[in-house]
Design a protein around this ligand. Sequence first.
Ligand code: HEC
Ligand code: HEC
Ligand code: HEC
Ligand code: HEC
Ligand code: HEC
Ligand code: HEC
Length: 293
Amino acid sequence: MNKRLCYLLILFIPLFVKAEQKKEVDLPPLHHVVKVRPSSSIQVPKHYPLNDKKEIDCQTCHGIDDIEETPWKDVDKNAPDFFRDGPYSQLTDFCYGCHQKKSYERPNIHQLLDENGKYKEEDCEYCHDKAPDPEDQLNTSELTFRLPPEILCFGCHLKTPHLNALNHQVKPDNEMRKTMREAEKRLNIILPLDKDEKIMCVTCHSPHQIGLIDQNRPAGNQVADTDLDEGITYIEHPWNQVFQSDKETRLKQLAKSGNEVHTLSYQRIKTEVLLRASARDGTLCQSCHRFER
Ligand code: HEC
Ligand code: HEC
Ligand code: HEC
Ligand code: HEC
Ligand code: HEC
Ligand code: HEC
């Protein structure tokens, strides 16, 4: 939510300038630019009409008849078609109909392969000191990173991107270490620990898009039943509020009862990506935890 608002603010900054130049049009202050031909970076949906000069105009964005002739204060902004295909719960969803969402977001650094399965070394070097060869078999401790691997993810992700992420940044005891080593063999995966032998983000998550590293190798083996654009999704509606309250109930459940509930609470995952093993069916959790069955 905040993230989106932030983009919106950034997006609107140049409009201050444009609004000044477009004084002849009776438009509210900070209104979007009008009467310009879309550049190649803009994709106007086919059913949004352009004017006869092929420019974006009132009718392109607004489904209100004669909006030009109406004093802007009298226009019914709550009409569903005030914005084409509206109403929108987030104004940015309307913007992204024409503007490319990607260019306003943090780069999805996990998307490493292009259509031909090729990668750019500079993308690797966002994390690695020097791009390793995907064929190389290396231990996490042999690799050098621009930041220690346990904090690599924090620039773009929160320290607590989800329930339990922080609780998990601890050193597993010997018994759990044994369970982990067994799971690594049984599942043909890696569960790398940091230099202090603590759990880190990449203990559970693969940082790489599936297919970059041969999937038959432990470091390349991962769960991905969807693409990176969709990402990890949940059965519930992905709106933030719903998701937050979902976490609240999860927290309450965790506080109340024993271990089985934890696996239960993770069964609401719908699609998984960038995980070393499936959390949806409990495999990931059970590669460290031994739950009573
Ligand atoms: C109908 C398509 C369309 C929609 C919807 C749309 N835009 Fe635009 N936007 C354009 C076009 C066309 C330009 C002109 C620049 C270009 O062609 O690259 C533009 C330019 C801009 C600019 C740059 C202005 C400048 O000074 O050059 C900003 C900022 C912007 N839009 C923000 C938004 C925001 C925020 C929204 C949603 C509230 C939005 N746009 C919705 C088509 C659209
Ligand atoms: C590229 C899309 C786009 C085009 C083209 C466009 N608008 Fe808008 N219009 C918007 C957006 C986005 C808002 C909402 C701005 C806001 O309030 O944040 C808006 C808001 C408005 C409002 C309500 C303002 C208010 O706050 O009360 C009026 C009236 C309006 N536009 C009239 C026009 C007219 C007249 C034209 C043609 C000259 C036009 N628009 C062209 C996107 C567009
Ligand atoms: C988001 C950060 C990040 C990016 C981007 C990234 N890596 Fe990695 N890479 C890691 C981390 C962390 C490890 C250690 C944990 C592991 O092996 O998964 C690693 C491990 C590796 C390994 C060793 C795997 C093994 O055998 O254990 C190879 C090879 C590798 N990366 C290649 C690449 C290549 C090639 C690219 C670019 C196409 C790339 N990485 C991009 C973070 C990243
Ligand atoms: C103990 C294993 C584990 C650790 C450690 C862990 N994660 Fe996760 N992560 C998961 C699981 C399982 C999911 C999917 C289910 C969920 O959200 O609980 C997930 C989901 C995510 C998501 C997607 C969240 C969403 O709702 O879209 C992000 C982003 C993420 N993790 C980043 C991180 C980062 C960054 C760290 C390190 C601070 C981290 N994870 C540590 C297991 C882990
Ligand atoms: C350059 C920024 C950047 C860095 C660094 C980064 N990520 Fe991400 N990551 C993203 C973006 C962007 C997405 C797409 C979803 C989003 O916007 O949250 C994403 C998605 C994910 C997801 C899937 C969540 C989903 O639902 O799409 C996981 C899991 C994840 N990252 C884990 C990690 C881990 C672990 C690291 C550290 C090794 C890391 N990320 C480092 C930018 C980054
Ligand atoms: C890489 C090993 C590892 C994985 C994978 C893992 N855990 Fe953990 N988990 C730990 C460690 C270590 C602790 C902290 C020590 C302890 O409480 O036993 C912990 C603690 C917990 C706790 C207690 C948190 C607290 O506040 O005390 C819960 C609940 C939990 N894990 C659930 C899960 C679930 C659910 C999954 C699967 C999504 C999972 N774990 C995956 C290692 C792991």
